[in-house]
Design a protein around this ligand. Structure first.
Ligand SMILES: Cc1cc2nc3c(=O)[nH]c(=O)nc-3n(C[C@H](O)[C@H](O)[C@H](O)COP(=O)(O)OP(=O)(O)OC[C@H]3O[C@@H](n4cnc5c(N)ncnc54)[C@H](O)[C@@H]3O)c2cc1C
Length: 410
């Protein structure tokens, strides 16, 4: 850290993931930095990430994990996953890389981030002002004027807007930043919740409520599989959830909102072939259909699947069931489709799809192309990715680039 303090006054609006890294990067570049955060404490959403463990990066992340690869590329080059791990190691976070590159703090506590950020803010003399809800940002000449709901007014040479998207509004990110960006001339794309649970049109959901299976789920559009995910699938009273479904939700919701018909295909039997299953069924021709399926699939599925193929009594012997019904049943075990009719909203989602349109932002600096001295970072921009540490990686990388650029920009 340099000792010389430049005359540049930078205000970071939002003390979340991207704002905190932006503030530190700007401070390391010798600016005078103030963070304005509406909550009594910073980093509220970080505490909820990764089921309280914070999957803070993914060592395999590249620009192709994001919806606009070309736009994210420069920021990821400035702070890639390896550099991110180093950055946090200097703050005190010891990394633990798990399956598929997902990286967590060795402490297994997302709260470690709150602790190291608070320590660094104090150590490097960043001015943190909490309980401050920013209401208005204007620019007069070369000076930004920021007003909060307590009647205070702040001035700055540069502003970094990092108020996040709209998910988990109780964490403080409720989309208020979009209004500031719009008032300064920016355009907001269509925004919707992503990485969330899906609502299905299916009459027997209540009977399946709570059944969790390690399986395979696919997104089907126009009879084609658009995306396949393996892992846990969880049936609920309104539809379907689990890590596989969150990953499929981005494309599913986008198509659904564009009035397209999409289906989730679930494969209940992954270890055997259709021929194996058929052979097994006919091997027990004197047994009931229920006893044939027990031990193959979760018992709660049996009455529902039998209803689907028109078998009304689960004690019916295999020999009494038509080959057509057996064929249909076996097909369903490998290809069970459910129509998507909706999704759980911002309270349940993990990321906002859409945001400030990227055409209006310089990806080399994160500066607005419309207002000199105005910078953006994190989820407020039209950038999102799947689960796996990519969204926080974007927050850190874009925050870091914005912090440096805001300090160095003239
Ligand atoms: C439940 C959950 C789990 C997640 N898990 C992971 C994970 O494990 N890995 C991963 O990569 N991503 C995860 N994410 C996504 C990740 O947390 C976000 O993408 C990331 O936090 C976005 O950072 P941000 O700085 O843009 O916004 P935020 O972290 O949302 O921060 C915005 C800040 O701005 C403040 N603010 C908003 N408006 C104002 C205002 N008007 N005045 C003052 N302050 C304001 C807010 O209070 C908030 O502190 C998860 C998200 C959720 C909801």
């Amino acid at each position: 850290m340099g000792e010389n303090v430049s005359n540049k006054k930078i205000i970071v609006i939002g003390g979340g993931a991207s704002g905190l890294v932006a503030a530190i990067a700007a401070k390391y570049s010798n600016s005078m930095v103030t963070i304005l955060e509406r909550n009594p404490k910073i980093a509220k959403k970080i505490l909820a990430t990764g089921n309280g463990r914070c999957n803070y990066t993914n060592v395999l992340a590249t620009e192709f994990n994001y919806n606009h690869p070309e736009f994210v590329k420069p920021a990821l080059q400035v702070l890639n996953p390896e550099a991110t791990i180093q950055f946090f190691e200097t703050l005190g976070i010891v990394p633990k890389v798990e399956d598929n590159g997902k990286t967590y703090p060795l402490s297994e506590q997302a709260s470690s981030f709150l602790d190291v950020f608070m320590y660094e803010i104090n150590r490097s003399n960043i001015n943190l002002i909490c309980d401050t809800f920013v209401e208005n940002i204007t620019k007069k000449g070369n000076t930004f004027i920021i007003k909060d709901s307590n009647g205070n007014q702040y001035t700055a040479d540069a502003v970094i807007l990092t108020t996040g998207g709209k998910v988990l509004p109780k964490s403080g990110s409720d989309g208020s930043g979009y209004g500031f960006a719009q008032s300064l001339g920016h355009t907001i794309t269509h925004v919707f919740p992503s990485l969330t649970k899906l609502k299905l049109d299916y009459p027997y959901l209540k009977q399946l409520d709570g059944v969790k299976i390690p399986g395979k789920a696919e997104l089907i559009y126009q009879n084609q599989s658009l995306q396949t995910e393996t892992g846990d699938v969880l049936f609920t009273s309104y539809g379907i959830s689990g890590p596989t479904i969150l990953q499929l939700s981005r494309k599913a919701i986008d198509l659904h909102l564009n009035h397209q018909e999409v289906f989730i295909k679930v494969t209940l039997v992954n270890e055997l072939s259709k021929a194996d299953v058929k052979r097994r069924i006919y091997q027990f021709s004197d047994k009931s259909i229920e006893m044939c399926l027990v031990g193959l699939i979760n018992k709660k599925f049996i009455p529902v699947l039998l209803k689907e193929v028109g078998i009304h009594d689960s004690s019916t012997e295999i020999s009494q069931i038509s080959p057509k019904s057996i064929h249909k049943l076996v097909e369903l075990l490998f290809d069970w489709r459910f129509k998507v009719i909706g999704y759980k909203g911002y309270e349940d989602a993990q990321v906002t799809a859409g945001g400030i349109t990227i055409d209006e932002v310089n990806p080399m600096t994160m500066e607005s192309k419309l207002i000199k001295g105005l910078y953006f970072a994190g989820e407020i921009l039209d950038i999102d990715a799947l689960c796996g540490g990519y969204n926080l990686q974007w927050a850190w990388s874009s925050g870091y680039l914005a912090g440096i650029s805001a300090s160095l920009g003239d």
